[in-house]
Design a protein around this ligand. Structure first.
Ligand code: ZN
Length: 490
């Protein structure tokens, strides 16, 4: 078996990965706060940790992959102030908060399926773990690293940093943080600006609220991951992943909570994927460059000249190392789409090459395979792995050009390199082949609608209505407009 090395954010170096309880690998990844449509920013952690899970499973590990859904406590301001993001959306849309949560959780799942990411083994929600979170607050209070204030409980960063190192994960220096944080106004219940809420007293108008020993309130955002990771993976577990945007304050606070409550950090390897920029800028609603996945899949966005398939987006993400920044642009996606096509065409071409037992063996294929696995096991270096796969693509294309044949042993190697690794480990489906690119459906629908137009033209309304009704039964709605017929699902 290959040895896997991973970059550990905590030690700031690559380390040999050894699971605590082999063959089990415990992986916790911070999931989305479900208050809006899935967007480009969701794709990178989704694909990165999906490849990690697939790689572990390929090597025979059993992965318990826990990815949470944040449905309470994530306030608008990252430092823990402002309105709850879910509650705000519920207020704006006049929905129950749990309707917002359900709607956007389903949207997120759809997007994850389109991106061909494997579902987590457990997907706990913060609102389903209030009891565990209250217990954790009690433990931190008992250890002396938290204080009550009104109906809230805050983590005491100063008391903690006298005994432990607040900032050890993110590399932030507490003195700098203190001088860079604005001072508290008279309204705040906190003693110091860096303190963060473990439990927050609910104002009378706050809708998401639960009883607690400190009064009615709701948990602070950082608390859920400390509570749920320990519940499902134990007080010590293998890997905690998430986006670099979560490193501070979210993960720093999570680590501090773990140490305060249990005396140990609990996470053996911290992993962080870097972020996606758009034409060199951070993505943000205020910058007008915010792109949802729907907009990417339909091409309906001013920065896009065409629609892009989920697999083109997946390939685009794999072309960069997960710890590097990745700059998104229409052109970069067009290039990714072409690259993916070249890889998948070579797989088809390779399957057509004739096998002959007299053909000479190609030792370089075994070497490519080793290099691909070496790259993947070297902190998930997908761009290097892809570079080696493209050496195979060139090998196949030149063999086809020469009308060459291959030795029987090389047939299996080519299958591993161009089909098994791209599909099973990199998660790149051939959407043209399995019909999930929508082309097959679009083509069939065009045929059916044309048949219905012909029926209408010859006044055969029985047939035209029957087609409409049968499609409706399949969940496809057709609409007659001036320009002709259109269709949509659902
Ligand atoms: Zn988290």
């Amino acid at each position: 078996m290959h040895s896997i090395h991973l970059f550990n954010t905590l030690s700031r170096k690559k380390e040999l990965f050894t699971p605590l309880h082999p063959p089990l690998v415990g992986l916790y990844v911070c999931g989305p706060t479900v208050y809006g449509d899935p967007h480009l920013g969701h794709t990178r952690p989704a694909v990165t940790y999906d490849v990690l899970v697939r790689l572990f499973r390929h090597f025979g590990y059993k992965v318990r992959y826990v990815r949470n859904i944040t449905d309470v406590g994530h306030l608008e301001n990252e430092m823990g102030e402002g309105e709850d993001r879910i509650a705000k959306r519920a207020r704006l849309e006049q929905l129950e908060p749990m309707e917002v949560v359900q709607h956007y959780t389903l949207r997120f799942h759809e997007a994850m399926q389109l991106l061909n990411t494997l579902p987590p083994s457990i997907e706990p929600r913060a609102s389903g773990h209030i009891v565990e979170q209250i217990e954790l607050v009690k433990e931190i209070l008992q250890s002396g690293f938290a204080y009550k204030s009104g109906g809230s409980v805050y983590f005491d960063v100063e008391a903690y940093s006298k005994k432990h190192h607040y900032g050890q994960l993110s590399g932030r220096v507490i003195e700098d943080l203190q001088s860079n944080t604005r001072t508290l106004d008279g309204q705040s219940q906190k003693r110091a600006p860096l303190d963060f809420a473990l439990w927050k007293e609910a104002a009378p108008e706050h809708i998401m609220r639960w009883p607690s020993p400190w009064g009615e309130g709701f948990p602070g955002w950082h608390l859920e991951c400390s509570a749920m990771s320990a519940k499902y993976l134990g007080n010590e577990f293998d890997i905690h992943g998430g986006g670099l945007d979560l490193l501070f304050p979210h993960h720093e606070c999570e680590l501090a909570q773990n140490i305060a409550a249990r005396g140990q950090g609990g996470v053996r390897y911290w992993m962080h994927n870097n972020l996606i920029t758009i034409n060199g800028q951070k993505m943000g609603k205020s910058l007008g460059n915010f792109i949802t996945l729907d907009e990417l899949f339909t091409g309906n966005h001013k920065l896009l000249t065409q629609s892009f398939s989920p697999m083109a987006i997946r390939f685009f993400i794999l072309q960069a190392h997960y710890r590097s920044t990745l700059d998104f642009s229409n052109d970069a996606l067009v290039a990714a789409e072409k690259g993916l096509k070249r890889l998948q065409s070579a797989a088809k071409a390779a399957a057509e090459i004739s096998v002959e037992s007299s053909a000479p063996a190609a030792p370089e294929l075994q070497q490519y395979k080793d290099e691909v696995f070496n790259a993947l096991c070297d902190d998930l270096n997908t761009p290097i792995a892809l570079a080696h796969l493209f050496e195979v693509v060139r090998w196949v294309n030149s063999t086809v050009d020469k009308k060459g044949t291959i030795h029987p042993d090389d047939r299996a190697l080519l299958d591993t390199l161009l089909v098994q690794i791209p599909t099973n480990i990199l998660g790149l489906r051939d959407q043209e082949q399995d019909g999930s690119d929508g082309k097959l459906l679009n083509g069939l629908m065009e045929m059916i609608l044309e048949a219905r137009s012909h029926a209408k033209a010859r006044k055969d309304y029985a047939t035209s209505d029957a087609i409409r009704d049968q499609l409706a039964a399949l969940g496809i709605k057709i609409k007659d407009t001036k320009e002709g017929m259109t269709w949509e699902r659902g």
